[in-house]
Write a protein that binds this ligand. Structure first.
Ligand SMILES: [Mg+2]
Length: 236
C-alpha cells in the first residue's frame, strides 16, 4: 500500500506568497515606510529578476538582499541612506519564518490523513531555505502531523534530482514503492517523482493537463484537498 506521502510544501500545504506579503507589510510598517499592494507586486517582480541574476552568477546573495530592499525603500518614498537595507532584509526573513500561512484546508487534510488512513506517514520535501521552511511549518502547527521534513538547503541537493528522493528513502528506511509524491510544480515535484520512479499526484493542475500528465508520467490530479483525500484512500 502507498501510505508514505511525500508532500511538497509551498503552494501545496503552505502559502509562501501570503507569508511573504504579510512579512513585508509588518517590516516596512515597523520602519515607518508606507506599504501598499503595488509595493508588494513590484517587490515580487524585482525579486524574481534578481534571483535569475543570482542563478547566472552576475550578482551575489548579499547584492540581491541589498538591492531588493534599496528598491523597496525608494518605492515607499523613503531615503535609502537613512535605512539599512540588509538589516531590513534580515528582519523580513525572520518575520516571514514566524508567519507561516496555511493553504485553506491544509491542516484538516493532514489531520484526516493521520486519523483515517491507517499506517499513513507524511513527509515534507521542499526546495528552499531551511530556517524559513521549518519556522513556517512550526508557526502553523503543521509539525504535529509530520513524520519528517526534508529541505534542499540542508540536503545539498534539489528536486527534481533523483538523489534528493534517494536520500529521503535512505534516511527514512521506507521503500520506493510505498511512496507517492504530491505537489503543485511540474518542474520540481512531478519531474522529480518521474526521475525517482515514484507515483505522483499533481495538486491544483493547470494548463494543458492531459499533455502534462503524459509528459511527466503523472498518475493522478487533484483540484482540491477533498479530491486529494479521496485519491489517497483509493490508492491500493
Ligand atoms: Mg510548490
Amino acid at each position: 500500500m502507498k501510505h508514505n506521502y511525500l508532500f511538497d510544501l509551498d503552494q501545496t500545504l503552505l502559502d509562501f506568497h501570503a507569508s511573504e506579503h504579510k512579512a513585508l507589510e509588518i517590516v516596512l510598517t515597523a520602519h515607518g515606510l508606507h506599504y501598499t499592494e503595488d509595493i508588494y507586486s513590484a517587490f515580487k517582480e524585482y525579486n524574481k529578476s534578481l534571483w535569475l541574476e543570482l542563478e547566472k552568477g552576475t550578482i551575489s546573495r548579499k547584492d540581491l538582499f541589498t538591492l531588493r530592499f534599496t528598491d523597496v525603500i525608494k518605492r515607499c518614498g523613503g531615503d535609502p541612506s537613512l535605512h539599512d537595507p540588509l538589516a531590513i532584509n534580515d528582519e523580513f526573513i525572520y518575520t516571514m519564518s514566524i508567519n507561516g500561512v496555511l493553504m485553506e484546508g491544509a491542516l484538516d487534510l493532514v489531520r484526516r490523513i493521520k486519523t483515517e488512513i491507517q499506517g499513513s506517514r507524511i513527509f515534507i520535501i521542499s526546495n528552499g531555505a531551511t530556517i524559513n521552511a521549518l519556522g513556517r511549518i512550526r508557526s502553523t502547527g503543521l509539525d504535529a502531523y509530520l513524520d519528517g521534513v526534508f529541505i534542499s538547503e540542508d540536503m545539498g541537493v534539489t528536486k527534481p534530482a533523483p538523489e534528493f528522493f534517494d536520500m529521503v528513502l535512505e534516511k527514512t528506511g521506507i521503500s520506493r514503492e510505498s511512496c507517492i509524491v504530491i505537489g503543485d510544480s511540474l518542474s520540481s515535484d512531478m519531474l522529480g517523482a518521474k526521475n525517482a520512479g515514484m507515483d505522483s499526484i499533481w495538486f491544483m493542475p493547470k494548463g494543458d493537463i492531459e499533455a502534462s500528465m503524459k509528459a511527466y508520467d503523472i498518475d493522478y490530479c487533484a483540484s482540491s484537498f477533498d479530491e486529494l483525500f479521496d485519491i489517497l484512500v483509493s490508492i491500493p
